[in-house]
Design a protein around this ligand. Structure first.
Ligand code: GAR
Length: 200
């Protein structure tokens, strides 16, 4: 597309956010891209009725797709819905189910996840949210952090795109560590997403 001053204008990329928790990362991503020329959040996909992210989506006027287990894993993975929206990137932000093979095959290196620890440590099935922070504190770790990675058919396994660390301090509880981790996530996830989109 060409603008009146003759410059090439690249089309906005379409982002689908998968989230099933409170949605603080989803909210940050929405805020970051609100007036962006790079991307638009076209859909929030959620598998948990009543999740905080649903009211965020409603307030922000972003459509919500409620994901039903059988349809997701044994049906078409909702691929037609994502195709209809010309999805460029799927961003997991507190989404705890595995991603079905049909979506992985269709969106190679186009699905990313954020994990609240320095993978490969403290990843895998059952390692999410508070459980991760609890395990890190119980193990006496002096450092934690965040990992942004591509999604493949295994939990927390795909190539790492970005990591950054923070200290675990004496007297930390899972809640105080979670707060420190969330701050890192909110700061870095939108920027990493934007950088990936600009390379597409
Ligand atoms: C985030 O800390 C994210 O890293 C974590 O869930 C939280 C969601 O918070 N994801 C995982 O643990 C994935 N294994 P939010 O709903 O406030 O964005």
């Amino acid at each position: 597309m060409e603008t009146p001053n003759g410059k090439q204008e690249t089309a906005k990329k379409n982002l689908v956010v998968f989230a099933s928790g409170a949605g603080s990362n989803a909210q940050q991503i929405i805020n970051y891209f609100r007036n962006s020329s790079v991307a638009k959040i076209v859909l929030i996909a959620c598998n948990k009725p009543g999740a905080g992210v649903i009211s965020i989506a409603e307030k922000e006027n972003i459509p919500v797709l409620m994901i039903e287990k059988e349809h997701f894993f044994k049906g078409d993975g909702y691929l037609p819905e994502f195709q209809k929206l010309n999805t460029n990137l799927i961003v997991l932000a507190g989404f705890l189910w595995k991603i079905p093979q049909i979506l992985i095959d269709h969106y190679p290196r186009r699905i990313i996840n954020i994990h609240p620890a320095l993978l490969p440590k403290y990843g895998g099935k059952g390692m999410y949210g508070q459980y991760v922070h609890e395990a890190i504190i119980n193990a006496g770790e002096v450092e934690s952090g965040i990992t942004i990675h591509y999604v493949d058919e295994h939990y927390d396994n795909g190539d790492i795109i970005f990591q950054t660390a923070c200290p675990v301090v004496e007297g930390d509880s899972p809640e105080t560590l979670a707060r420190r981790i969330h701050k890192l996530e909110h700061l870095h996830y939108p920027i990493v997403i934007e950088e990936l989109l600009q390379k597409m």
